[in-house]
Design a protein around this ligand. Sequence first.
Ligand SMILES: Cc1cc2nc3c(=O)[nH]c(=O)nc-3n(C[C@H](O)[C@H](O)[C@H](O)COP(=O)(O)O)c2cc1C
Length: 157
Amino acid sequence: MKRSKRRFFSFSPSPIFIVGCGKDGVVHAFSGSWLGQCSFKPPVVWIAVRNDSRPQSMLEVGGYFSVNVLRSDQEGIARAFFKTPEPKDGKFGSAAFHQTSHGMPVLEEASGWVECRITSLVTPGDHTIYFGEVVDCGISSDAAVLTTVSSGMKYSG
Ligand SMILES: Cc1cc2nc3c(=O)[nH]c(=O)nc-3n(C[C@H](O)[C@H](O)[C@H](O)COP(=O)(O)O)c2cc1C
């Protein structure tokens, strides 16, 4: 039997979402695959964000983040948010967005989104996990979601 952590992690398919954040009137968003639901009551979502990254500087307990769902045919959007263009005139590059009541970016092309209020965090290693209680959401399509398996994109190892 081979001993390969990299192979082990590659067995676990994840959705690829666009995580939105913001602080002091500046918004940002990035493609993220380390996230999921971790409570029914209240509904809580966790996201893992690389330490010392731009998004991490915008996240804090009491603050907010959004999670935007992409369809499996929206791989191009995910790729655009690996190196996110500066927001200008309500767009990240060609991706138009609006802001929630708490200022979090929601992509017009997202098939669904949630907005979460950050209630706690933990830093187990080189990423910090933020737990956010869902405070608002919208769904416009039940289409299949973009995943690491459907796209071949990876963030594991
Ligand atoms: C498939 C995939 C999934 C990713 N998931 C995450 C994630 O869950 N958390 C994270 O912090 N970065 C993730 N990234 C990296 C970010 O999309 C992005 O590249 C990074 O935030 C850019 O940081 P910078 O603006 O500091 O260069 C992922 C990248 C890829 C290719």
